[in-house]
Design a protein around this ligand. Sequence first.
Ligand code: DPP
Ligand code: ZN
Length: 824
Amino acid sequence: AGLLRRDDYRPPEWIVPDSALDIEIFADCFRVRATLDVARAEGSSAPLRLDGEGLRLLGLKIDGRPAAHKLDKTGLTVRIAADRARVETIVEAPLGSEQLGLFAQGGLVCTQCEPQGFRRITFFPDRPDVLSRFRTRITADAARFPILLGNGNADGAGALDGGRHWTAWDDSVPKPCYAFSVVAGDPAARRDRFVTRDGRNVELAIFSEAAEVPRSAHAMAALKAAMAWDEVNYGRVYDLDRYAIVAVPGYRFGAVEAKALNIFDSALLLGHPATSTDGELEAITALVGHEYFHNWSGNRVTIRDWFELALKEGLAVFRDQEFCAALGSPAAKRIQDVKALRAAQFVQDEGPGAHPVRPEQCETIADLYDATVYIKGAEVVRMLRTIAGPQAFGAGLDTFFARHDGTGATCDALIAAVAEHSPDRLETFDRWYANTGTPRITASLRQDGARAILTLVQDGSLPIPIGCALFGPDRKRAEKLVLLEAKRQDFVFEDVPGPLLLSINRTFSAPVQIECERTDTALHALALIDDDPVARWQALQDLAARAILGEAHTAAVIDAIARALDDHAQDPALAAEFAALPAQSRIADGLEAADPGAILRGWRAVQADIGRALAPRWRTFHAADGATGAGVRALRVLALQYLLAADVPDAGALALTDVEGSATLTERYGALRALADSDAAERPAALDLFYRRHRADPALLDKWFCAQALSLRPDTVSAAPRLLTHPDFSLAAPNRLGAIVGGFTANSGAFHHPSGRGYKFVTDVVLASDRIAPAGAARLARPLARWHRIEPVRAALMRAEVARIAGTAGISPELRKAVGAVQP
Ligand code: DPP
Ligand code: ZN
């Protein structure tokens, strides 16, 4: 099969204003009678083409009469003379287990339509720019499937002969067919309600297994918060009388925004502080919000074609980021988002998977669902707001929603709508959607008497908003947001006598790499006084990275952390960000040829120094009551790590007490991880305790394995392979394999052990699991392909393992692709 290309887009020849589906679910198959009111698009003379795959066509009528048609592997073609017609089809298909179309999973029958699953349910123009008003009737056995759910508002229900029953659903708001969903089964429900600002009473429900209902409270609270937030911040009001989310165990597509009936993998929806970490709970909040926000930016205003995926995903991610920021610490959230962007998207930009936010081509549509489309897509929307200003951005979005409601729109249409309210600065903004890679900017500051001249040079030709400020030794002297549009540009600040410190890319205003010579003294000074938390955090991270590499004094880092902890005492989540050292992998990213061994030694030494120097503070933080909030818990856990790193005599006992008795999983697991990194005498007891308590919960047992694979101890390189011989390990359990091997590759000291044993271990596992789960194996193998960023001795060992994979007969195409690009 050839590549799919954005340029090949053509408007639809036929549209389908109204669709009625009658879906009958049986034990292992389903039957659909579809009635489509189709209309010819203006100027079109083409026959009607309907997509359909894996369907047995039992009947076809056009305007009530049988009609000649052509059936092939991917669909159905009918010649229709009139401009409008009623098309009726009857199809049957098995309820597959492939998780596409309509299928059985986790005790339920449910759907997966995005991007192209609907064609496995019925014949239809399966493309996002054909929006239809759907009416759905669902019939099934009443005992096995007492609950039958569809999109839209409830439109009747009744009993039938033979123990069957039906429900009907009316979705009056046009939607693309990928936003279609159906669920049948016997789930339990948590119910609630939300009254919109225009007085609409919305019935809310979260369906899950009965035993899991206590764990859906968090998601329900998130849903209500998201509905209120979208009204206040975007004027988006919910448009139907009900909204339901269904938790499906093992749902492979993660979560989908299907209209008024979202479907989520249970693991991404259900959570409770006793069994989920704060990070996981926040991810649930973000995802519930994300799918809800899609009701407007996704379902009502959808995308013209799949290459425009970033239009809905970038906007929804941007909105979920802002939503979470508003619920917690905005500065800590921004820092976390920046870390995630660097870890997932900047890394993608460096490898063979780099592509524009709006790609020009792809092999399969599924390939488009990645960090570049989602996370960089969100950064692009953020820059649009930054350049246009919040007022113009808000007005522009109102225009965008009003103008494109009920249609498939494009990224360009979003820019155009905002540009109407902020005309002068967005002419070239669309380049952000076309550009590949992380832009690099070099910044230099020179002084000419009381003027300062900032020179910015970029390696491309993008309009880049860069937040800048100049600080004197003690306070801010000037601040502006500059728009770098040319290759090289000077920006002049008047009346700023030196010496000056440059604070740049404040708030992380653009997703770029900044190169800028700043002395240790300058970084230290900025880390003390910069009033933008993101820039201040960045200065401290840069300083800490230098200390870890032996290029700066740890004393300056300690001083800066102490000051940040004082300044942010009221925002413990932010304080915890300031107190945490940069990840070893991020330090390596900044180097041409990283020596992971040296980074590990330096990291441990700096950690121990900080632990000792600030021990009284760590004790105080650890003594705080974790019940007071996630930020306090983050600091408590970090404090334990420092106390253990400093070898404080009772640190092991404190950690063991937390593993044993803390109320939240964040604290119990945080303490376990801290102990797993240490040589404390309590380590085996803690691991044993956590294992015995949580062995029946697969997700928690995964964490137990992961903590050991992530251990910073030098023996992890031999201890991790032994985990695979544990009776609770199976190569066939993807999450467990991911917990161990994914943890291990993220643990650069172990993965990059100088002996090369870490590379060999990963290669052995990848080759073994490739036969069972190729996609997972490919993901696990990817870190091996990054040899070109590592010092030559290790790089040679990594390449040898890559060659071993590539030379193994019968490996999957996914695995070959994951490592193949590294072949010289
Ligand atoms: N899981 C996808 C998302 O909501 C489907 N659109 O981002
Ligand atoms: Zn989404």
